[in-house]
Write a protein that binds this ligand. Structure first.
Ligand code: PEP
Ligand code: MG
Length: 886
């Protein structure tokens, strides 16, 4: 017996002239599509009536071992009665049959990932009714064959190709080139052939009872929530915590009833650039799926004015009404049935990062939204797209343009050609940069599209699957490049007589649609005034500071330009790899006693000092947190025989000396080994050299009137005593260096620690007594809290994500439930020791918007991230402050 929903569970919500039970706010329950259909109906827009089955029912369906809850079909029946009454039609009728569409719709849009069934309610009798009612027999049988095909494919698992074969036979018989050339009698025959295909492969005849059709279709939509591509899409998009999909059952309207009918999709503003221009496409005599699937290339929406001015004007009015009502850009779907306009969907339009910034600024100027709303509305991570390289003018000048497609999603991409999604995934994984080249893409390709450097299609328009999905991700895409002939099997394409294979590199420009030979040079784009406006708002509302992780003056300078307020982590080890420095470093490591080690360190001192002067100079008075040496020493030595021999001969030592030292430094678990502050305990002279170099650099800067603000950070502290011992030594070296340099001016250097070992967080009240600041090293903290190796997690992470053991990669987005507790505790306990203890974060999470939201709540003073993420972090910090009531 199916589990019954509790008596309070309302399973269906009607929308129509009779009544409208839902509204736009009920997205969690009705899905985005259902909520907005209700909303559009209630503001008086022409929406075909229908009803939505809630996401709670989907949840019950899965809890019920994939059975519809008792009472649902009864409720559905009642809604059908209402629909019949409102429209004066009857489900399965032989005179005026009510036909329905059944569509999925989760709270978050998942375009094309789940199932849709159209023309439901047709059977051997109703098709006659439809023919009589419309006076168009061909149309009626065309609708019927589409139902059998779609229903067979989506509900009963009969492969689409089997229907295609049957269609090809009929086309041959009637010498028809296109589907549209098949005459009425051919369509009637086709329906019979389709029914035979259905029966042969499903084992039962095509169901003739409309309510049965509907019941199975509802189940099929619910099942599609867990189908592979939908699950993958949710993973890629980090969509978690939803109950399931809603099901929208709605009266059909037809855009394929002749040349006075059509269908289209549009955005109220340009989703690529953000320009305030109605932007979309439509197809005459077609059904909605034809536009989205990219099978026929549609016309720009403004051409509608010539085709049917009245309808176009009505659509423009609706567009304005929708934007004002939702106060945001809308992505709409509409159908015109015999000259009458119907709205089938509205939702917030996916846009590129550049468009998001422009639209937010324009809408503030238009007084449609406030600057606070504008800040909250721009997805912080989408700013990456504005900061990434585009093709340089010089590169473009010398580039050879092969052909042009539509500029579907801006950006610059180049790569070798790959012809299937699986190939893209495999080759990208192997370290290649590839472009996915397809006639058109479909939802099955999602993983490959996400892995590809860029996407190039030969058919489809600006709202084709490839275009919409790519734009959502900020992935570069050129669509509908019709001159490209793709031979996927032969792994080659032909453009104007020239052949390119999977070994050739092409470049695509998603802002112009150009397809070019080879790798075209790129450059960093200039940021727009709108971008600066948004950044000024983030300063107005953000509470946390944003610093950067940088080890070179160039990175430091770039980060400053992006608005970094200091360096939160300067990893000194990177400085030892450049040029000849590595030799001095190796000498130091090979030294057999303290005296020799000190001699080698003496060589490193001036180069370190120079590095720090460069960084202090670039940061012009902003704080610079310098971390003392962290990695285990063996990382600086070569491990293979050949390189060891080379090193020995360059250094004039025996091969065996190098080999023995490498062997002596070998550790079973180097990440938990002799590294971080443990190095300084064993080799304090390394600490001495680094602190001396920092202090001397600061003094030199001060003498040149450059206000160096050095902060020295001790890594991998786990006990208060480690920090006490080493902190005191650092302070002593600073004092001694000042004396040696006879420096009498003001020079305060803070001494703090990283909190990256769980024990340090647990005992932060003790550790805090010896620290001027804490910086949470959440890379190591995550590694040690979970016990996952940060370098090897990919061996099992995909399974953990598939099984939903983890919602996301914990090294990318902070595990707020577990690791987060240690951060919160660290801050609280640290501030018990020192009331105003400055706390920041310098792990990779410092650039992740969700983690930044958490850092704000944990009371951190700043986050630190890589230079290119600084604007993202500034925006995310402002969003965190605003969403927590600033
Ligand atoms: C950390 O562990 O979070 C950190 C910033 O240090 P590293 O990544 O260099 O270990
Ligand atoms: Mg670390």
């Amino acid at each position: 017996m199916a589990k019954k929903a509790s008596s309070s569970t309302k399973m269906t919500y009607y929308f129509g002239k009779t009544k409208t039970e839902g509204n736009g706010k009920k997205k969690e329950l009705l899905g985005g599509k259902g909520a907005n259909l209700a909303e559009m109906t209630s503001i008086g827009l022409p929406v075909p009536p229908g009803f939505t089955i809630t996401t709670e029912v989907c949840d019950l369906y899965y809890k019920n071992k994939k059975k519809l809850p008792a009472g649902l079909i009864e409720g559905v029946g009642k809604n059908i009665k209402l629909l019949e009454k409102e429209l004066g039609k009857k489900f399965g009728d032989t005179k005026a049959p009510l036909l329905l569409s059944v569509r999925s719709g989760a709270a978050v849009s998942m375009p094309g990932m789940m199932n849709t069934i159209l023309n439901l309610g047709l059977n051997d009798q109703a098709v006659v009714g439809l023919a009589n009612e419309t006076g168009n027999e061909r149309f009626a049988y065309d609708a019927y064959r589409r139902l059998i095909n779609m229903y067979g494919d989506v509900v009963c698992g009969v492969a689409h190709e089997l229907f295609e074969h049957a269609f090809d036979k009929i086309k041959k018989k009637y010498r028809a080139k296109e589907d549209n050339d098949v005459p009425t009698e051919g369509m009637v025959e086709l329906c019979e052939a389709y029914k035979r295909v259905f029966k042969r492969h499903y084992g039962k005849p095509f169901p003739q009872e409309p309510i049965k059709q509907l019941e199975l279709a509802i189940e099929a939509v619910f099942s599609s929530w867990m189908q592979n591509r939908a699950v993958k899409y949710r993973q890629v998009e980090n969509i978690v915590g939803l109950l399931g999909t809603a099901v929208n059952v709605q009266a059909m309207v037809f855009g394929n009833m002749g040349d006075d009918s059509g269908t289209g999709v549009a955005f109220t503003r340009d989703p690529s650039t953000g320009k305030n221009k109605f932007y979309g496409e439509f197809l005459i005599n077609a059904q909605g799926e034809d536009v989205v699937a990219g099978i026929r290339t549609p016309q720009p929406v403004e051409k509608m004015a010539k085709w049917n001015k009245k309808v176009y004007d009505q659509l423009l009015k609706i567009k304005d009404k929708l934007e004002k009502h939702y106060r945001d850009v809308q992505d709409i779907e509409f159908t015109i049935e015999k000259g009458k306009l119907f709205m089938l969907q509205t939702r917030s339009g996916k846009r590129t990062g550049a468009a998001a910034v422009k639209i937010a600024c324009d809408m503030v100027k238009e007084k449609l939204i406030t600057d606070k709303e504008a800040v909250l509305r721009i997805p912080a991570s989408d700013l990456t797209q504005l900061l990434l390289p585009s093709f340089s003018p010089a590169g473009k000048k010398s580039a050879k343009v092969l052909t042009r497609g539509l500029p579907a999603s801006p950006g610059a991409a180049f790569g070798k050609l790959a012809f299937t999604a699986a190939e893209v995934v495999e080759r990208t994984h192997a370290g290649e940069k590839v472009l996915l080249v397809r006639k058109e893409t479909n939802p099955e390709d999602i993983e490959g599209m996400h892995s590809a450097a860029g996407i190039l299609t030969s058919t489809g328009g600006m709202t084709s699957h490839a275009a919409v999905v790519a734009r959502g991700w900020g992935r570069c895409c050129v669509a509908g490049a019709g001159e490209i002939h793709i031979d996927a099997k032969g792994r080659k394409i032909k453009i104007g007589g020239k052949t390119f294979t999977h070994k050739d590199v092409l470049s695509i420009d998603g802002s112009t649609g150009e397809v070019m030979v080879g790798e075209v040079a790129t450059h960093i784009p200039k940021l727009s005034d709108d971008f600066s406006t948004v950044m000024s708002w983030t300063d107005k509302y953000g509470k946390m500071g944003v610093r950067t992780n940088a080890d070179t003056p160039e990175d430091a300078k770039r980060a400053r330009e992006f608005g970094a307020q200091g360096i939160g982590l300067c990893r000194t080890e990177h400085m030892f790899f450049e040029g000849d420095r590595i030799m001095a470093m190796r000498e130091m490591i090979l030294a057999e006693n303290k005296t020799d080690r000190k001699l080698a360190l003496k060589k490193l001192l001036p180069v370190q000092r120079k590095d720090f002067i460069g960084i202090f100079t670039a940061m012009k008075g902003l704080p610079v947190t310098i971390r003392l040496l962290d990695p285990p020493l063996h990382e600086f030595l070569p491990h293979d025989d050949k390189s060891q021999a080379e090193m020995a001969s360059r250094m004039g030592v025996k091969r065996a000396t190098v080999k023995n030292r490498v062997a002596a430094l070998h550790e079973m678990n180097p990440m938990l080994g002799h590294r971080g502050c443990r190095l300084a305990v064993t080799y304090p002279e390394i600490l001495d050299m680094q602190v001396q170099a920092i202090t001397e650099a600061a003094i030199t800067c001060k003498q040149k009137k450059i206000d160096a603000q050095a902060e020295i950070m001790i890594p991998l502290v786990g006990t208060a005593r480690e920090l006490e011992l080493l902190g005191n030594r650092v302070r002593e070296v600073i004092a001694r260096t000042k004396l040696d340099k006879k420096f009498k001016g003001k020079l305060e250097i803070l001494v703090g620690t990283m909190i990256e070992i769980p024990r340090a967080a647990l005992t932060a009240d003790q550790v805090g007594q010896h620290a001027d600041f804490f910086s949470f090293g959440t890379n190591d903290l995550t590694q040690m809290t979970f016990g996952y190796s940060r370098d090897d997690i990919n061996t099992f992470l995909p399974d953990y994500l598939n099984e939903e053991i983890l919602p996301r990669d914990p090294f990318e987005s902070l595990d707020t439930t577990g690791v987060g507790q240690l951060v919160t505790m660290g801050v609280e306990k640290g501030r018990l020791a020192k009331k105003d203890l400055k706390c920041g974060i310098c792990g990779e999470h410092g650039g992740d918007p969700d983690s930044i939201q958490f850092c704000h709540q944990a009371g951190l003073d700043y986050v630190s991230c890589s230079p290119y993420r600084v604007p993202i972090a500034r925006l995310a910090a402002a969003q965190a402050a605003l969403s927590n009531g600033a």
